[in-house]
Design a binder for this molecule. Structure first.
Ligand code: PMP
Length: 367
């Protein structure tokens, strides 16, 4: 444990970016100027017909202060620890950009996992070292000790852990996350992607941030908050790392309409409604899990702490055809190593889940 006031180790930031201040936009370079007339950003003087009140006429604040404050409230942290981006996808890319040398260093992932960690690394020319998860037919487990060893061996700068994982649905215990962050503190940032955190029982790894300066937690409004179309994700990080991430970010990541939606989604009333939707999803997840386990031809339904179930079946082609015939699309996972018999099913509304049940119980899904 490194203590609440521990600094972020600057050596983890790409050497060539340590003194990089980023693009100076009209918006960021004029902060605090007591102006009446703004003629510094080549915006239109009059609004668009489609935007009569002119809310979208000007470039937005790169990190909208009201939204950053609202996230800080929700996460019981300070605004300097928050970086808002165009979905977690963008934040993942910022981490790779800021911490890995283009064409060098390494990131560690633990498959099966969310594909964007490897995509971002690959686009940066950074090698991806994979440490496969283990499973016992019921639950998946990240081998954090093997992850640590691989990160040390390959000089990784980032470890990406999804918790709950996609597509595994399994959480990484907080104790192991804390130990991993401590063990790699001089070398790598440990990123805990909690895109599905609202569905999990374990408390957020955000509660570890003060004590572990090299830990980063990702959250999104795309899942439980039901705003995937708005593209809003955040990183919770040490203030020094958050500053670096903002500097390597493209100038205006959030549109004005998206920011408005996100702000409304973080009001107490909207958060309470989100909580009710989450509870509904949890109930349905258990019910659908039981129904699936009872079906002939289903080999495994993994325990899930997210809003989906990972299912292995004797004949995945038949399963996919059966649901498709009922107009239902589930995710074919057979492209992932070790999942050549698997599909992932998102938990939708009660009506959608009974349509799924009807489709599956009225046909045998084995050949
Ligand atoms: N992380 C995980 C683990 C995910 O499964 C997904 C989306 N499938 C994302 C991040 C992407 O989230 P966002 O919409 O915020 O980019």
């Amino acid at each position: 444990m490194t203590g609440p006031s521990a600094p972020f180790p600057t050596a983890l930031v790409r050497e060539d970016l340590r003194d990089f201040t980023g693009y100076s936009s009209a918006r960021t370079s004029a902060v605090g100027v007591p102006a009446r007339i703004w003629l510094n950003a080549n915006e239109s003087g009059r609004p668009n017909e489609a935007d009569p009140d002119g809310a979208n006429r000007r470039y937005p604040d790169p990190q909208p202060a009201a939204l950053v404050d609202a996230f800080a409230d929700v996460w019981a942290t300070t605004p300097d620890r928050i970086v808002v981006g165009r979905g977690s996808d963008e934040v993942i890319e910022l981490l790779v950009r800021a911490l890995c040398r283009p064409g060098g260093d390494a990131v560690v992932t633990s498959s099966p996992t969310f594909g964007m960690y490897a995509v971002s690394a690959r686009l940066h020319g950074t090698p991806v070292i994979d440490v496969p998860q283990t499973e016992d037919g019921l639950t998946w487990r990240v081998d954090t000790e093997a992850v640590r060893a691989a990160a040390v061996e390959h000089g990784a700068r980032i470890v990406f852990l999804a918790s709950p994982g996609n597509p595994t649905g399994a959480v990484v215990p907080l104790r192991e996350i804390a130990d991993l962050a401590d063990a790699l503190a001089d070398q790598a940032v440990v990123v805990v992607d909690e895109a599905y955190g609202e569905y999990a029982e374990q408390r957020s790894a955000a509660t570890l941030l003060e004590e572990h300066p090299t830990l980063v937690v990702l959250r999104t409004l795309s899942k439980a908050h039901a705003l995937a179309g708005a593209r809003i994700g955040i990183a919770l990080a040490h203030p020094d790392l958050a500053t670096v991430l903002r500097r390597v970010q493209a100038p205006y990541p959030l549109s004005v309409p998206a920011t408005r939606l996100a702000l409304e989604a973080l009001t107490p009333q909207a958060l309470a409604a989100t909580q009710r939707r989450v509870l509904e999803t949890l109930g349905l997840r258990d019910q659908v899990g039981r129904q699936l386990r009872d079906l002939p031809g289903v080999r495994a339904v993994y325990a899930s702490e997210a809003n989906f179930l990972l299912v292995r079946c004797d004949d995945p082609d038949q399963m996919l055809r059966t649901v498709a015939a009922a107009g239902i699309v589930v995710r074919d996972m057979r492209h992932l190593p070790g999942l050549d018999d698997a599909v992932r099913i998102t938990i939708g509304t009660p009506e959608e889940m009974s349509a799924l049940d009807d489709a599956l119980t009225h046909r045998e899904i084995h050949a």
